[in-house]
Design a protein around this ligand. Sequence first.
Ligand code: GLC
Length: 434
Amino acid sequence: MEKLVGDAKHILKLNWKEGFTIPTAKLYPFQWNWDSGFTSIGHSYTSLDHAVKELDTLFSSQWENGMVPHIVFHSETETTYFPYYDFWESNVNPGAPNKPKSSGITQPAVHGFVLENLLEKFPDNQQLIDFIRQIFPKIIKYHRFLYTYRDPEREGLMFIYHPWESGRDNSPLWDESLERIKIGKGELPEYERRDTSLAPVDERPTAYQYDRYVYLLLLGKKFLYEQRGIFEESPFLVQDTLMNAVLIKSNQSLINIGKRFGLDTGELEEWQQQSVRIFNEKLWNPSLNTYTAYDARAGHPITYKEIGGMVSLYGEIPNEQQANQLNDYLWSLHERDYFICPSFDVDSPLFDSKRYWRGPIWSQMNWMIYHGLKNYGFERTAEVVKADIIELVSKHGFYEYFESQKSLAANINSGYGGGNFSWTAACVLDLLKS
Ligand code: GLC
């Protein structure tokens, strides 16, 4: 275990770039929004300074409308990434900062709970307290963006308009929405993917999916990244479980922090009440015994059992009975041939234990599910979730994602995607120390 802790700290140091951390060299050479949150928690074990700076740097890219972009391009000279800042052209929106350059979409709002996690570790640290006072209003502004522009009908659930926003890029959840997008010959500009020359093709999204990612990017750009037009026209419009569960968790963390420091939490409490209620009313699926995302363009639920629904435990959204059902499901996977928790329903024909978000194990998801299970006192399952990711990392290294089927994992020597991965190092480090 000591070696794992040392390796994790070493990776975080290796990927630290003067103020922020790259997820992994080459494949993701910039700052990613939700990666930064988890990475900040990891840095806190060696340098609170880095932990704070990571978040501070991320928020230096916040747009005037409050959005925190999913990628911040701190360097304008890389050659290994597509789509780069010159393809996004986010400055078509007058509220996007000119420097640092950024993408035009967002990612899960982890920052509130990350801040609370840091505060639990350093409850009386003056540097952290000063930082909290400074960043608190910026995070609220971000949540306000989500509740205003991404929830124009004031339902209490935010929408996403691009699979990349969900953090689960090629999950089968998005297949139906993507199929709605018909692309005529010559309609897309020519582009060259970089990910498939840096990681095996069968572990990455397909060309069909990638064309649709580019299409949706260009749709955002067509509307100058103004949310109203996107809401009205995007063929992809989803109220996702994970996005909303993370937002709810962060609302609660900000409420807790605000109460401690005497900061105004009125707006947060209103959002929170409404969101928790509608999440339960609209997203709970009594036949599947889990929460499912809602396709707001088609007007029906996306009825798959998958990992986003499990994150509701972290947001303390389910009641006891619902939580029991989620826990039973996770435990049943453990009793079969799986590490927990695979990113997609192992019994679905769309399950693919090796392809990115269609089945593999992801460390940051295990981290959230572990804490979610602990919230409800499911110690036994929580310990398996923790032990599984530690076993995978010990055997295969600090990869981006891992084989979820035990019998297959036994015959391979590495994980999938990028190596020396920051949030894997951060989450495993934190789990080892907890
Ligand atoms: C992939 C993941 C996304 C992550 C990014 C950087 O796109 O799907 O969740 O933020 O890589 O690690």
